[in-house]
Design a protein around this ligand. Structure first.
Ligand SMILES: [Zn+2]
Length: 233
């Protein structure tokens, strides 16, 4: 019994609340159905998403932080992840940097969860918080002994228009590239993402567009989730 329990743990690193669903919502649903235990570690609180679009009040960054935490819990619960498996490290977004204290917290979490699979952003992602999330998690992994597979994901490629060609090249030439067909779970993934209203809807008239544009949503919500798979140790 204990052996099964030991074999079935996954950790997803989300630089911002909603990245968990965008990168691998369908995969999370599938893994949960197979009996895996899924934990999500949200590195930043995402408070500046609207501030960056010129919205300074209604909601303020501090209000948005609370809104986004609630959205993250609802979204993850709809995927099937238990609230007790959600960890909010509350770094201010756009300020995710190498920080020994943060690394210690992540090290302790990974040491207690001991996951067999870790999902984290690739350095090829164009967003600085995503790239830095990779560096922080990889630095932490160097400090601990974990036998785990790493699944690197890209949510915002440097050249979004070339995303399809980029994936095609990986599919042909990169043996580490895997594509997971999530068509059975796409609608559930979509409903989970709908909980992140602050990101996909206009909350304040000062916004000309939602944080995540309809075009980006269209690109991100499709039948496959792709990863570069690395064996760690
Ligand atoms: Zn993000």
């Amino acid at each position: 019994m204990e052996v099964t329990e030991l074999l079935n743990r996954i950790v997803v690193f989300a630089p911002h609340p909603d990245d968990d669903i965008l990168c691998c919502g369908g995969t999370i649903i599938e893994k949960l159905k197979k009996g895996f235990d899924v934990s999500i570690i949200y590195l930043t609180d995402g408070r500046n998403a609207l501030y960056n679009l010129g919205v300074y009040t209604n909601p303020s960054p501090i209000e948005l932080k609370e809104i986004r935490r609630k959205e993250a819990i609802k979204g993850a619960n709809l995927l099937g992840v238990k609230t007790e498996n959600l960890y909010f490290l509350d770094v201010e977004d756009t300020k995710l940097n190498y920080d020994p204290n943060l690394i210690n917290i992540i090290r302790d979490l990974l040491n207690s969860i001991k996951p067999q699979e870790i999902y984290l952003p690739s350095t090829e992602d164009a967003t600085s918080d995503h790239k830095n999330a990779n560096l922080i998690v990889m630095s932490t992994l160097k400090m601990i002994k974990l036998e785990t597979k790493l699944y690197l994901y890209i949510i915002f490629p440097k050249y979004a228009r070339l995303d399809y060609s980029f994936k095609l090249l990986h599919r042909i030439f990169d043996k580490r590239y895997i594509e997971n067909n999530i068509s059975d779970h796409l609608s559930q993934k979509y409903f989970s993402l709908l909980q992140h209203k602050s990101q996909i809807m206009i909350l304040n008239p000062k916004q000309r567009q939602p944080v995540i544009s309809a075009l980006t949503l269209q690109r991100l919500l499709n039948n496959t989730e792709s990863f570069i798979c690395l064996d760690e140790r």
